[in-house]
Write a protein of this length. Structure first.
Length: 133
């Protein structure tokens, strides 16, 4: 009975892992542009009542078949709103990962937080995008 239960749990975990891998592969196949990414992040920020104070974007060099798109955002909002924004990044149609995050109080207002994020959005590199731009 214990072995059967263990086998069933293992099969369920394996199915979930396969689903997650498929979702990531789909996101890596997405050929989003910088314009799409900016729009998607702006929509996400509005939805979670977070203000984008500044943003910078840079195309990285292809490595191991993947092209990183590096972006830095400075955001402002309440702690709960910033947390919701970070959690919602997984809803983006792209594979976007937070590499670094620094949060601090914005001025004297203890309820307003300023967040500086360095993120990478990855996609599969093609022959046209593997060179420097």
């Amino acid at each position: 009975a214990v072995e059967a239960s263990y086998s069933a749990q293992l099969a369920q975990i394996s199915r979930r892992a396969a689903q997650h891998v498929a979702q990531i592969e789909k996101k890596l196949e997405a050929s989003g542009t910088q314009v799409n990414l900016v729009q998607n992040l702006a929509t996400l920020a509005r939805r979670h009542n977070v203000k984008i104070l500044s943003e910078a974007y840079e195309q990285g060099k292809a490595k191991d078949g993947y092209m990183p798109f590096v972006h830095e955002l400075t955001l402002q909002g309440g702690y709960a709103e910033l947390r919701q924004f970070l959690v919602a990044l997984q809803e983006l149609p792209t594979f976007t990962v937070v590499q670094d995050a620094v949060m601090s109080r914005a001025g004297d207002a203890a309820v307003v937080i300023k967040a500086q994020l360095r993120m990478h959005t990855y996609r599969k590199a093609d022959n046209r995008s593997s060179g420097a731009k």
